[in-house]
Design a protein around this ligand. Structure first.
Ligand SMILES: O=P(O)(O)OC[C@H]1O[C@H](O[C@H]2O[C@H](CO)[C@@H](O)[C@H](O)[C@H]2O)[C@H](O)[C@@H](O)[C@@H]1O
Length: 972
């Protein structure tokens, strides 16, 4: 079994909700002590607002905002739809309005569905303020709006759906004002002892966007794919899997903007589910424009399919990039998170990385420790996984998105076990239970309750039941199957017909005038009926073909606690199955297997039933929706690295760059090449500079006040071939191994090799052959990889290899080099972009930068840009200017100078001030870097260069490639 985050699955573990909350509190203290701003508020972003608003004629919107006292919660048995439509990740079922809080303008009622998620979210108000952002859904109205479609939209309840554009601005504002004081339970804000409030923020979507998003892209493209159904099987009527993409984008954008409008510094944002996968990136974009940052978690409630299935999605890259705008992406199970990680590697070409969670104060570590057991090879949820482990060992697996590390984790949603247990005591249940017992006296009762959706496997279950009657004929006339199917949001008449034909077939085959083996009810159950049904069962059978989690199985266990403690047959393709080891687990496609499990369950001894039930009950009541929600908060807090997340690296400001440039008498430019001046491409030889890059370099170098260097890992030959014609351009090759100063240039004539200074000349280079041999070994075993041999460095490239195998081989190779060679040879092993490089220890880009600055102490402006780890050495070098009392900085003579020139001054005084040094990292603002500024792509570096010389870029087609066009052009 895959390892599950420890606290909830291993028998004997008793990590309580209080313990998790204590961990949250401790983490918050650590962050606050480190100067991280936290507002104490959590914003949850859900597709539907958990409030159903109905526009009434009560009064004018101007009077809105004054709430009448809330009525008591409903007590009449049978009048509340079962929460159970609650399977997480499943579609929300908009329940009919229940007895509700009456407002002046809007009638507000709970919207049922997603009960587990919503109860978890609400439980966080024990410790934090909550803000729930969600779509209003269709606007219901008891007003007569007289639209052409009014009749067709009439719901038969005296209400109708009205087009959202008919809701006036004043009514929208009135709803928002009324939601401020709304209390879902009618119990007053904040359950007793709660510290926080819950507020609701509606997202308004035009009808065609709202429905194109949900009924269109969500239900016909993403939902089937995430459940392993490719579109031709389920949605032939849709032209393409891309049909509603535009609405998906628009809806996600509207959510992002709405969140941004209410976001306060220090808020934590949790985005929920597959409806909103673009929100993390879009939200980061919106807040980024304001120059701020935000901490975002994304919880995916559905399964996440294998990369081989996901890659069929036409918008696969957009969806993944959207998700990767998060700081943390969390799934229900380890296997979903593994699929996601592998998809990011295979589809986007990103690599996995591990990162360390922040340490907690020592007095909390004992609370956090859980004993023994295996730890997920991916993400340990607990901050400490063994008593002996130190906090520094708390590694998270992440996806490295150009330096922005997105953590990937898993934590299953639970149910509100206490509330469900309370519900099973409702007085309305017992009479219904007795009625069912009487109806099926002397018969064993198998119960199933599923939404009528292909993925729920109802047809397979019915066939398996038929197989039970065939293979174990002794059950004929002795057992009944009560199968309830609740209507799914998108009706499937074909499936409905198939189910009813199969039911008739089984009943015709195995029934008689006085006995019907299958009782199928296609309806939404009331709460009392639902619990009566679960409680009366001798066996529960829940066998979807795929299910993100499945909460009915957990509700079954609680309902059975006070009746028969009957066993459960569960599909192994549900998220919950990993944690329900004591259920009878089956492959729903193997009908014989399911029939055999049904037989075993029906024959199980009382002792065995009791033991299995006790184990399941413990899992369900320990791992609740409340614990889940608290763990999510803990995990998100663990992603704040205390360094810069609350405030990402700001965007390089064009105008102040130019202002400082204009003021400076002498200016220095230090540019990395690959990934900085030109985008990363599949084949190293194809990384040629764009016309814009060449023109910008030519313009800059033509100004005698400018000293321009390319500081690259490339060799001299490559640099000369592509840049050698630019007059007065300085170059450093092979990560600082060689330099050609611009003063040595010969005005564009072919540069002679002698003009280069070789810093590696005196170095022991015997290691080159040893490294080459190791690289050859890995090249033979890694299809698509190749070796680039330079003068004093050597690079092994695996960009064209299978991404996972390539990375695995790279790590093996790195281990070998570091553990067997690096300690006895003067080398450094560098992990680059899909490459592994080895160069002499004595040289690096930082040393070269110091040399250049030392040689030009009168420079009053420095623009230094780079994209990868080797460029961080340049940024570091430019950070070490301790201000003298005079406000100026001094720089010690670097080794590369003193070795050549013994008479060089020991230190020089620099003319530059720190605010004229523009270290710039190419990558996202959340990338961990020593640079003070960032731009997102190479064409933006060039754009800034051109701006300094009063030019604009001519074409973005070479540098600013569209991601989808890129492969065709040899770009990534
Ligand atoms: O210091 P840089 O100028 O950034 O050079 C670093 C290495 O870049 C090259 O490899 C990388 O870029 C290639 C072209 O985009 C790409 O195909 C490869 O996967 C990257 O690793 C270059 O080949 C190396 O020699 C440089 O050291």
């Amino acid at each position: 079994m895959d390892t599950f985050n420890e606290p909830y699955t291993r028998a004997g573990d008793d990590i309580s909700l209080d313990a998790v909350r204590e961990q949250v509190r401790a983490l918050e203290e650590v962050h606050k002590a480190n100067g991280v701003q936290l507002s104490g508020r959590i914003i949850h972003v859900c597709h539907y607002l958990p409030v159903l608003p109905t526009l009434t004629s009560n009064t004018s919107p101007a009077a809105a905002g004054v709430l009448s006292p809330p009525p008591s919660p409903p007590t009449v048995p049978g009048d509340v739809p079962a929460s159970p439509t609650s399977e997480s990740g499943d579609e929300a079922e908009a329940g009919r309005p229940q007895p509700s809080v009456q407002s002046k303008r809007w009638k507000l009622a709970p919207r049922y569905g997603h009960a587990a998620m919503i109860s978890g979210v609400r439980s966080l108000s024990a410790t934090h303020d909550q803000l729930i952002v969600g779509w209003t859904g269709d606007i219901l109205s008891s007003l007569s709006v007289g639209t052409a479609s009014a009749e067709e939209n009439d719901l038969g309840t005296g209400e109708q759906c009205i087009p959202s554009h008919l809701v006036s601005e004043a009514d929208r504002e009135a709803l928002e004002a009324e939601l401020v004081g709304y209390d879902e339970d009618g119990q007053g804000q904040g359950i007793e002892g709660n510290k926080g409030n819950i507020e609701y923020v509606p997202v308004w979507l035009e009808d065609k966007v709202g429905h194109g998003h949900y009924d269109g892209y969500c239900k016909t493209t993403l939902w089937p794919l995430f459940h392993y159904l490719l579109w031709q099987d389920v949605a032939t009527e849709y032209a393409s899997a891309d049909a509603h993409w535009v609405h998906y984008e628009q809806a996600n954008q509207a959510f992002a903007e709405r969140i941004a409008s209410v976001l306060k510094p220090g808020d934590l944002v949790w985005v929920h589910d597959y409806h909103l996968l673009l929100v993390p990136k879009l939200l980061r974009g919106v807040v980024g424009e304001r120059g701020t940052d935000v901490i975002i978690g994304l919880f995916v409630h559905t399964p996440f399919p294998s990369s081989e299935v996901f890659r069929c999605l036409p918008r696969r890259k957009e969806i993944l990039e959207g998700m990767l705008g998060s700081n943390l992406v969390c799934f229900q199970t380890y296997s979903y998170s593994r699929h996601f990680t592998s998809t990011c590697v295979r589809v986007c070409g990103y690599e996995t990385t591990s990162r360390t969670a922040p340490a907690l104060p020592s007095n909390t570590s004992s609370v956090l420790s859980t004993s023994g057991g295996t730890t997920s090879s991916l993400v340990p949820l607990t901050l400490s996984t063994s008593k002996s482990s130190s906090n520094s060992e708390n590694k998270y697996i992440g996806i490295d998105v150009q330096g922005h590390v997105v953590a990937v984790s898993h934590c299953p949603v639970g149910i509100d076990a206490e509330r469900v247990a309370r519900d099973t005591l409702r007085p309305g249940i017992q009479p219904k239970l007795e009625a069912l017992k009487a109806l099926y006296a002397d018969k064993k009762i198998i119960v199933g309750r599923d939404k009528l959706d292909v993925v729920k496997g109802v047809l397979h279950k019915l066939r398996a039941f038929e197989k039970l009657l065939q293979d174990y004929p002794e059950w004929q006339g002795e057992v009944v199957l009560i199968q309830v199917t609740s209507p799914a949001l998108s009706d499937s008449p074909k499936l409905e017909r198939q189910v009813s034909e199969l039911v008739s077939h089984i009943n015709g085959e195995y029934g008689s005038l006085d006995f019907i083996p299958v009782h199928h009810y296609h309806q939404t159950l009331k709460k009392d009926e639902f619990y009566a049904l679960l409680s009366v069962a001798d066996l529960g059978v829940i066998t979807p073909l795929r299910d993100g989690m499945n909460t009915t199985s957990m509700e079954f266990v609680i309902a059975q606690e006070r009746t028969k403690r009957s066993p459960l047959v569960l599909s192994e393709f549900m998220g919950i199955s990993q944690h329900m080891g004591d259920a009878l687990q089956v492959n729903p496609w193997n009908l014989g297997d399911v029939a055999a499990a049904m037989n075993t369950g029906l024959l199980m001894s009382s002792a065995s039933k009791a033991a299995r039930h006790a184990a399941l009950h413990k899992v369900v009541t320990t791992h609740t929706s409340h614990t889940w929600a608290a763990v999510l908060v803990k995990m998100l807090l663990s992603q704040i690295n205390g360094q810069s997340h609350a405030k990402g690296t700001p965007y390089l400001p064009k105008e102040s760059l130019k202002e400082k440039y204009n003021k400076a008498g002498k200016r220095l430019f230090l540019f990395d090449y690959d990934g900085t001046l030109t985008p990363i491409v599949k084949t190293p030889s194809m990384a040629v500079p764009s016309l814009d890059a060449l023109s910008a370099l030519a313009k800059l170098t033509s100004d005698p006040k400018n000293i321009v260097y390319i500081v690259s890992g490339r060799d001299q030959e490559f640099l000369e071939m592509h840049l050698g014609h630019i007059k007065h351009l300085g170059m450093s090759a092979e990560h600082g191994g060689f330099i050609r100063d611009p003063s040595n240039g010969n005005n564009g004539a072919i540069i002679k090799e002698e003009q280069w200074v070789n810093f590696t000349e005196q170095l022991d280079m015997e290691w080159m052959e040893e490294v080459a041999e190791i690289f050859r070994y890995y090249t033979e075993r890694t299809t698509g990889s190749h070796i680039e041999i330079k003068k004093s460095s050597i690079t092994w490239h695996y960009r064209a290899s299978d991404p996972e195998w390539g990375l695995f081989q790279c790590r093996q190779c790195q281990d070998l080099l570091e553990n067997n060679l690096a300690h006895k040879r003067p080398i450094e092993v560098l992990v680059g972009k899909k490459n592994l490089e080895v160069r002499p220890l004595a040289v690096n880009k930082g040393e070269i930068v110091k040399r250049i600055v030392y040689m030009n102490p009168d420079a009053e402006f420095i623009f230094c840009a780079g994209d990868d780890k080797t460029d961080e050495d340049m940024f570091r070098a430019l950070h070490v200017f301790p201000p003298t009392p005079s406000g100026k900085a001094t720089l010690e003579a670097p080794l590369s100078v003193t070795l050549v020139d013994k008479s060089a001054p020991l230190e020089v005084q620099l003319a530059i001030g720190p605010d004229a040094i523009f270290t710039t990292s190419v990558g996202p603002s959340s990338k961990r870097t020593l640079a003070s500024w960032h731009v997102t792509a190479p064409y933006e570096v060039v754009d800034h260069m051109l701006h300094l010389v009063g030019e604009t870029s001519r074409s973005r087609t070479v540098d600013g490639l569209d991601a989808e066009d890129a492969p065709a052009k040899g770009y990534l």
